[in-house]
Design a protein around this ligand. Sequence first.
Ligand code: ADP
Ligand code: MG
Ligand code: ZN
Length: 495
Amino acid sequence: MDYQAVIGLEVHAELQTQSKMFCGCRVVDSTTHEPNRYTCPVCAGMPGALPVANQRAVQLALMVALALKCKVAPESIFARKNYFYPDLPKGYQISQYERPLATDGHISIPTADAERKIRIRRVHLEEDTGKLLHRESGACERGASLVDLNRAGVPLLEIVSEPDLRSEAEATTYAKALHAILTYLGVNSGDMEKGVIRYEANISVREHGSETLATRTEIKNLNSFRALQRSLQYEIERQIVAREAGSPVRQQTLGWNEARGVTVAQRSKEHAHDYRYFPEPDLPPLQIDPEWVQHIRADLPELPAEKTERFRAMGLNEYDARVLVAQRPVAEFFETAMRAGAEAHPPVHAKTIANWVSSQLFGLLNTAGVSIEKAQITPERLVHLLALLQAERISANSAKQVLREMVATGAEPQAIISERGMDQVSNPEAIAQAVKKVLEDNPEQLESYFSGKETLANWFFGQVMRATAGRANPVIVRAALQTALQHKVDSSSPE
Ligand code: ADP
Ligand code: MG
Ligand code: ZN
């Protein structure tokens, strides 16, 4: 039987505001700050404390909604989602349920055969929970679970797709596209290691050609693209095997065990009615002024799709344009380099820079395991190197070596070149001199050459390059060699 995977993603992204969603507490990096310092009666869930919606959070949420081409609801409603968890002191989470902030958007992603629209079902605002820290030992002999409420109440945006994704690869591409949009908008740091974006994957498998949705499972708390991709791959396979064996897939919530590479059942799926949603009585409906929406739309920065288009129009190929846009810091590095390239005399073209960034530089950064923001090399210095290459001051091979050293030390290309004596010799007289010497030093080879062994021309070329320690400009060497050999023919041939 031929099966098709059906996947919908729920993405939770923290919004980078100064203060929390419903109180004035500062938002801090919960991985580095002292626990429970940034709390107040509102986010600590004291009875009677009153929440007030954070306008900046609403603004950032609207930026995302508009970037995802959603319809913004003129009025949306905050609702209480009731459940008990130790990191949720109120006993409920303020979220949006029946009337979310925005609906009906989409993102275009490249897939194996074509560009495809993945529909966004809804975008809504909610608050993050606190964090649980499980200690093996410490406070007491048998260990303990500790609660840190610094994160409780941090603005969280939930973005829910329609079940439009058909493979783990498509799901990962979509997740990356969304990650790029959030970081381009500057609403989220994109630092997944800190858990600022979390994914939940809903997945079912149906017979190819079927239009109905099969029973799904949901994998919670995926914190990396790799975990998303691997867990989906595993789960698709697991569901297919189950169906082949005639055992039905049960609707359940799963966790991903990274070490063992398997999904594990956590609980049978809760239903919406288990949460006893009801409108939050302490918050008025969220009214959105259409003029404000207009302003936000007008102020949106250039988004990844538009940037890709612009890079394509500058002559970059599809692949280069995509890899240069995928991560904002890379795109920024490239754009700064392009500006420097345009100012160079003669200019260094965007295509040349793109080639060097996407092949050489990425390769070196990958090997070194550093990101472009943390790398020593500056865009201006990269362009300086490419200008030297373009002016034939160094060979392409030397340029690669210099680049390696620039990545390691951040040094000036010219300084490296001078120190290592890599300056390419382009002086025609010096090269003619070297050619002359090689021919004089090798009379036997010259003889064979004239008696018809023409391949020796390459050997002479090699000798000249060796004599100049590889620094001679190869184009000029070839020309000089040809002239010199021709000259010898002319002067030795009988009158
Ligand atoms: P809940 O909020 O209870 O998790 P939703 O109906 O809001 O459920 O759906 C959540 C996500 O699951 C959405 O991204 C949706 O596209 C996806 N989804 C729903 N049904 C299926 C299915 N049968 N197979 C795969 N994904 C599904
Ligand atoms: Mg869900
Ligand atoms: Zn607070």
